[in-house]
Unconditional design. Structure first.
Length: 183
């Protein structure tokens, strides 16, 4: 498990091959996500998977959302948004369904959703898939398109694809620098 954790990387759409991802493979990722810990068993994570033509619609919606919210519009940035959707074999909208009774603090629901994404990401790594989580500031502009339920919100998008070449190297700073022991 430690080896898998240390191999997990952000792999960006420009590195993806054109290979498609089978639906059953994405189902495995979502099943892994579903095992995340959750306070009071609220299981707040929700996923909306875009492939094939649906990706095209998502790309158009994201570009429009960027255009509406950009304080200084950049055609280059708008083009990059569309390209990274197109380069991905699948894009998964990462959503969180708030506990309707608000028995659990919202930050815990977000944390549980993030843990579900980490499970998904580790499973993707194990299956030879690359991906990364993007949280554009304009994600909330496409709530209607995503058909969000009451209390549900989009936390970003997970871009997914097979990739060629080695994963980027990463050497985190020593864990010892991040710990203070009390005995």
């Amino acid at each position: 498990m430690n080896n898998l954790i240390s191999q997990r990387r952000s792999i960006f759409p420009a590195q993806f091959s054109k290979d498609e991802i089978a639906k059953h493979t994405i189902e495995k990722l979502i099943e892994a996500a579903n095992w995340a810990p959750t306070h009071r068993k609220t299981e707040p994570w929700r996923f909306k998977v875009f492939q094939n033509r649906a990706k095209e619609s998502l790309g158009e919606q994201l570009v429009q959302a960027y255009k509406i919210t950009a304080s200084k519009f950049s055609a280059t940035k708008a083009n990059k948004i569309a390209i990274k959707v197109d380069q991905s074999a699948a894009v998964i909208a990462i959503c969180m369904q708030r506990d309707p009774e608000a028995l659990v603090p919202e930050w815990e629901e977000i944390a549980a959703t993030a843990m579900a994404v980490q499970n998904l990401w580790l499973c993707a790594t194990d299956l030879g898939l690359g991906g990364y989580w993007s949280s554009p500031s304009f994600a909330n502009q496409i709530n209607t398109f995503l058909d969000l339920a009451a209390g549900e919100r989009c936390l970003g998008f997970f871009y997914l694809g097979y990739y060629e070449g080695p994963a980027p190297q990463r050497q985190p700073s020593p864990w010892q620098d991040k710990v203070r022991w009390f005995e």
